[in-house]
Design a protein around this ligand. Sequence first.
Ligand SMILES: *Cc1c(COP(=O)(O)O)cnc(C)c1O
Length: 478
Amino acid sequence: MSADEQHVTVDTDDEVIAALAKGVPITWFRPGRPRTAEVMRDIAVDESLMGEAAARFERFAPWFASAFPETAEAQGILESPLVAADAARREIDDRLGVELPGQLWLKRDDALPVSGSIKARGGFHEVLEYAEAVAVEGGMDAHDPATYASDEFRERAAAHHIVVGSTGNLGLSIGILSAALGFAATVHMSADAREWKKEKLRSHGVEVIEYEGDFAAAVEAGRASAEGVPRTHFVDDEDSVSLFAGYSVAALRLKEQFAERGEPVDADHQLVVYLPCGIGGSPGGVTYGLKRVFGDAVHCVFVEPTAVPAMVLGVRTGRHHDIAVQDIGLSGQTAADGLAVARPSRFVGPVVDPLISAFATVSDDIIRAGVGVLAECEGLEVEPSAAAGLTVPWRAVIAEASVRDETGVRDEADGAAEVSGPSAAGVPWPLDGSTNHLVWLTGGAMVPVEERRRYVTEGVRLMSLIGDEDPAPVSFID
Ligand SMILES: *Cc1c(COP(=O)(O)O)cnc(C)c1O
């Protein structure tokens, strides 16, 4: 924390904050949120934002198809598969001794082309938006994909500089795409960033500057280096509308993917989406998009490590960017390096707060165990951050069962795991077989194979902790 940061006093009487401060895994259900349509009426985001970002990706699709041949088959549209995960669901059902009603899905952003993480959505969008501005300034046709392959554009781009601060994946996305368009790029990396990400970037001709400090220190250094410098664009992960816009496009694509599978998303078939959260940009942008597309039929759950619950702390206290996890005595350290952000975004929290249906925190051991489950059951090798949400769908079912036990509320259907009618535990979505659960896998494909294997070995060893967690997760209702 910088010396000029104000000392923050925290309401330790608040039960959620008290549990967070102790490092207990929590689920905070928020049933009393206003209707989506009502929130969208007053939201501080331009209504055209998602559509414009989607159009920008479409304009650049032919350029992607030729610059990155692996995207040619999909005509240069960068998208990830949606897959069912029945084996993982059965495995976790068995380990927890609780059946998850409804289907479990995975959104495979770990396999997004070019940069292998969800950052390809937001990060690429911001670089493309800047590229268009540079083209316009040079009197070129910004909407013609051929512009970006021209010598004229590349000469101009080489005189422009893109700068970003990152724990790793954002830097990777920004760096790779900047270099491909001919921009000079510098990535300021925090101590959490993995060595291979730095090497990868350097191999693309990107300048990497390393810091001893955390993400905030790297961002500050990046911001300061870019301030007032001509032809220099700083990608500000703490405050960027362009990143947010890029992430939101995922919702339009997901709508098509569910439609192609004949899976409705509506009041009778609700969708719960579990999003790993660091600074809040990617889950925030995706949530905004999903709520625009599906309205009240979708519920977004933000998932953070128990040692770095930055977003939930910011929202719960209402202080957003003005509070950090160290202010409640937490370390801010996690094996989920993509989520190692101690202070949430300045912009996202206040905007999406009323759209978030629940928050969850998960211990590092359970996050890593999730990597094991995905490898064993689904043959997928992801990075730890990506697995954060995997066990969270069961939390609502367990919370509901325990409230019903305590209060003596009995299910009509004898012994059935299905619960009908309003949730006694305040869970905002139906706890029956009509609900689809989607765990967003946020990164993995770029991780070098030896490192991936290490994550998997470790994860498989920790799988026995699922169902035997200490301390057990605790739930709260608004
Ligand atoms: C960045 C990242 C996240 C979280 O995104 P934020 O915008 O920081 O909240 C989740 N998973 C992975 C793999 C990431 O790289």
